[in-house]
Design a protein around this ligand. Structure first.
Ligand code: KG4
Ligand code: ZN
Length: 333
């Protein structure tokens, strides 16, 4: 029988989100509450405040998506939640709510790996990739190149040896005096700048391999900062940084496609919302003749739809429901 719709809950960081996904009818409802304003005055996510706000928001969001989806709770096929990686207190909110619902409704409880959900997010779009493909996962905590052969069949091709690319965006934004969240702010500033003014390295592109390193780039920006006293200089600095990062990512993506022989590239995770990256990979795809897939921008950053989809996909495979103590983990390879 077709797998019934799955409720997905995401609380790993600073978005409270949930959604209902159905295999035949697609995404039935999704809602998100961003905590950006709550954390803004601290210049970053404050874990304790994040957990408390998830508690305050999650029930109403669940109620709303269930009502909007038109699926009676008892007809769900399971409840999926982000089990990790993420902030442990924040994760435990979503996990507890999911476990409570699953117990009350006698439904399977489905722990989801947050990065797997990012990786599968393009499947929520009408134009979607087919297996196998290469995935570039670029978020605040991860920079990964993955060979994806199917749901649950992944080979790690490369990763960042130090800062994640989103983290590099955020730290560099802080150096430039931009408010939290830095990545999108830096991208906005870069739009007005000259990206070829400052020469920054394309780290680890001059040797073989698919690993990344971004911490040196942040240091390069720091040492260049005195040459950029005016607002216009700062825009040039931001643009030059963004060029270096997106060039580096594009070079490694091309290399990963060559190494695997795959002809489809998926880009997901928060930095996948970066327009310059999209533009650059789009040009490369045309030139090299591979197909490029992005989730819509709202599903690049954290959201409930990708958790509902990943949970549904796992159920459809008959896999990975959880028994025993409630599973959450801040780190999950
Ligand atoms: O996937 P995500 O929402 O959360 C994590 O799982 O980490 O990614 C958030 C990261 C942050 O570092 C944020 O600065 C970055 O994605 N980000 C961007 C853009 N939008 C979000 N970085 C560059 N350009 C953007 N437009
Ligand atoms: Zn994420």
């Amino acid at each position: 029988p077709p797998e019934r719709p799955v409720l997905g809950i995401e609380t790993s960081c600073d978005e409270t989100a949930c959604a209902v996904y159905d295999g035949e009818r697609g995404l039935l409802a999704h809602r998100l509450h961003s905590q950006i304003r709550l954390h803004a005055e601290y210049g970053g996510v404050v874990p304790e405040l994040a957990s408390r706000d998830h508690v305050a928001r999650i029930h109403e969001l669940v109620r709303q998506v269930l009502a909007e989806s038109g699926v009676p709770a008892a007809e769900l096929g399971g409840v999926a939640y982000t089990a990790g990686p993420g902030l442990i207190g924040a994760l435990m909110v979503g996990a507890s709510v999911a476990a409570g619902l699953a117990t009350a409704l006698d439904l399977p409880l489905i722990p989801v790996h947050h990065m797997e959900a990012h990786l599968l997010a393009p499947m929520l779009e009408e134009r979607r990739p087919t297996f196998p493909f290469v995935a570039l996962l670029v978020s605040g905590g991860h920079t990964l190149l993955v060979a994806v052969r199917g749901v649950g069949d992944y080979e790690l091709l490369g990763e960042s040896l130090d800062d994640a690319v989103g983290e590099a965006f955020d730290k560099t934004a802080k150096l430039l005096g931009l408010p939290y969240p830095g990545g999108p702010e830096l991208a906005r500033l870069a739009e007005a700048g000259n990206g070829s003014r400052f020469k920054f390295p394309r780290p680890m592109t001059d040797r073989p391999g698919l690993d990344f390193s971004f911490s040196g780039l942040k240091t390069a920006v720091l040492t260049t900062l005195p040459q950029a006293p005016e607002a216009a200089d700062r825009a040039d600095l931001a643009a030059s940084f963004q060029e270096a990062v997106t060039d580096t990512l594009a070079i490694k993506c091309r290399r990963a496609l060559d190494a695997t022989g795959y002809t489809q590239l998926v880009v997901a995770g928060g930095v996948g919302a970066n327009l310059r990256l999209r533009e650059k990979l789009g040009a490369l795809a045309q030139q090299q003749g591979f197909e490029l897939f992005f989730p819509r921008q709202a599903f690049c950053t954290d959201n409930g739809a990708m958790i509902a989809y990943a949970g549904w996909a796992r159920r459809a495979q008959g896999r990975a429901t959880h028994a025993g103590p409630l599973f959450t983990t801040p780190r999950w390879p």
